[in-house]
Design a binder for this molecule. Structure first.
Ligand code: 13P
Length: 349
C-alpha cells in the first residue's frame, strides 16, 4: 500500500462516524511507536510533521522513515501530513518531498505569529489548494486562531482570543475549497491549556456544534487536542520534572466533537509527556545507565500506549482494513473531474 491522502482517510472516517488521530513526529522512535499502536489497534493513521520537525530531523530523514513505516506495515493506511505550513512555499516544498496532505495555516502571517486578515488567509489558502489538488494532495485550512505556541509557531495567548466565527467559517470553506477545516474553539497548543477542568466558558463545544450545523459535510479538525492526563504529569514530576498544574481537553469533549463533524484530532503534547516521563524515570532510578536504548525503549513503549489508547477512544481502531487506498494520481483525477467534492454543503442558519 502506498501512502494515502488524508482526504481519503477523513472521507472514510466520516462514513464510519469516527475520528482519526494525527500524531506529530520528529524522530524514528515516535514513528515506530505510532506504527506499533496502529498495528495493535488496526487503525488507519495520520503522521504529521511541523516545520520545526522538518528542521530538526531534515526532510529526507523524515520522508524515508515514513516510507519505511509504509513498507513495514503494508496493511495500515498512512497519510503523511504537513502540520501548520506558514506559507505557499512551505506547502509546495512539502508536496514536492512527498507529503500526501498539507495544512496551510493562513490564520497567521508567514512569520507564524501575527494573525492575518480574512482576505490574506483566503488568498494564500486558495493558492495552495489550486497547486495541491492538481497534484492529488489534500489541504487543511484554519479559520480563527489557536492559542499557545508549538515549535515556535503560534500567536501565543489564550485560545479564546480569536475563536472561529461560524459565518466566516462558511465563507472561508466556500472561497478556498479546502478538504478539511481547523477551527479555534478555545484550545491551544502545548501543556498549559486550562488552569482547571475546562467548562463551556473556556472550551467552546457549542461553537463547534454551531459550525458543524452550518457545514455538515466539512471535515473539522481539532488542534490542541492533548488531554494532558494527570498520571503523565505526575510521572514527569515524580522523577525531577517541574510541570505546573494544568488541564488539557477531556477525551469526552473530543468524542463529542467527533459526533459533530470532527474527523482529524491533533495530538502532540501527550506523547511528549509520555516520552519525557519514561526517560526521566530510567535516568532517575538507574543513574549509572548511559545506553540510549535503555531509556528510548521504555519511552517508545510509553508513547505507544498513549497512541493506542487515543486510537481506541477516537474510534479509528479496527478500521485499517475497511478500504483500498486510492493512488495520489487518482486523487488528482478526482479533484479534476469533480468526484472529489470541494464545494461545501452549507445549511441555512
Ligand atoms: P497538543 O499540543 O494539544 O498536543 O496539540 C498538537 C497540535 O494541535 C498539533 O498541530
Amino acid at each position: 500500500m502506498s501512502l494515502v491522502s488524508t482526504r481519503q482517510l477523513l472521507d472514510e472516517a466520516a462514513k464510519g462516524g469516527y475520528g482519526v488521530g494525527a500524531f506529530n513526529v520528529n524522530d524514528m522512535e515516535q514513528i515506530q511507536a505510532i506504527m506499533e499502536a496502529a498495528k495493535e489497534t488496526q487503525s488507519p493513521v495520520i503522521i504529521q510533521a511541523s516545520r520545526g520537525a522538518r528542521a530538526f530531523a531534515q526532510d529526507n530523514y523524515l520522508y524515508h522513515l515514513i516510507l519505511a513505516a509504509n513498507e513495514l506495515y503494508p496493511e495500515i493506511p498512512i497519510a503523511m501530513h504537513l502540520d501548520h505550513g506558514n506559507s505557499y512555499e512551505t506547502c509546495v516544498s512539502a508536496i514536492k518531498l512527498g507529503f500526501t496532505s498539507v495544512m496551510m495555516d493562513g490564520s497567521l502571517k508567514p512569520d507564524g505569529k501575527t494573525p492575518s486578515t480574512f482576505q490574506e488567509n483566503v488568498e494564500v489558502t486558495r493558492k495552495v489548494v489550486d497547486y495541491a489538488h492538481e497534484r492529488g494532495i489534500a489541504v487543511e485550512g484554519e479559520i480563527g486562531v489557536l492559542g499557545g505556541i508549538e515549535d515556535g509557531h503560534g500567536a501565543g495567548g489564550s485560545g479564546l482570543d480569536h475563536v472561529t466565527d461560524p459565518d466566516q467559517a462558511v465563507e472561508f470553506a466556500e472561497l478556498t475549497g479546502v478538504d478539511s477545516l481547523a477551527i479555534a474553539i478555545g484550545t491551544s497548543h502545548g501543556a498549559y491549556k486550562f488552569t482547571k477542568k475546562p467548562d463551556g466558558s473556556v472550551l467552546k463545544m457549542d461553537l463547534l456544534i454551531a459550525i458543524h450545523k452550518r457545514l455538515p459535510k466539512t471535515h473539522l479538525v481539532m488542534h490542541g487536542s492533548s488531554s494532558v492526563p494527570k498520571d503523565l504529569q505526575d510521572i514527569v514530576n515524580q522523577y525531577g520534572g517541574k510541570l505546573r498544574e494544568t488541564w488539557g481537553v477531556p477525551v469526552e469533549e473530543i468524542q463529542l466533537g467527533i459526533k459533530n463533524g470532527v474527523r482529524k484530532v491533533n495530538v502532540d503534547t501527550d506523547n511528549r509527556l509520555a516520552i519525557t516521563g519514561a526517560i526521566r524515570k530510567v535516568l532517575w532510578e538507574t543513574p549509572e545507565k548511559f545506553d540510549p536504548r535503555d531509556y528510548m525503549k521504555p519511552a517508545r513503549a510509553a508513547m505507544q500506549k498513549v497512541v493506542a489508547l487515543r486510537m481506541t477512544q477516537f474510534g479509528q481502531a479496527g478500521h485499517a482494513g475497511d478500504y483500498k487506498p486510492i493512488s495520489i494520481a487518482d486523487m488528482a483525477k478526482g479533484y479534476a473531474n469533480g468526484t472529489l467534492v470541494t464545494k461545501p454543503l452549507v445549511a441555512a442558519k
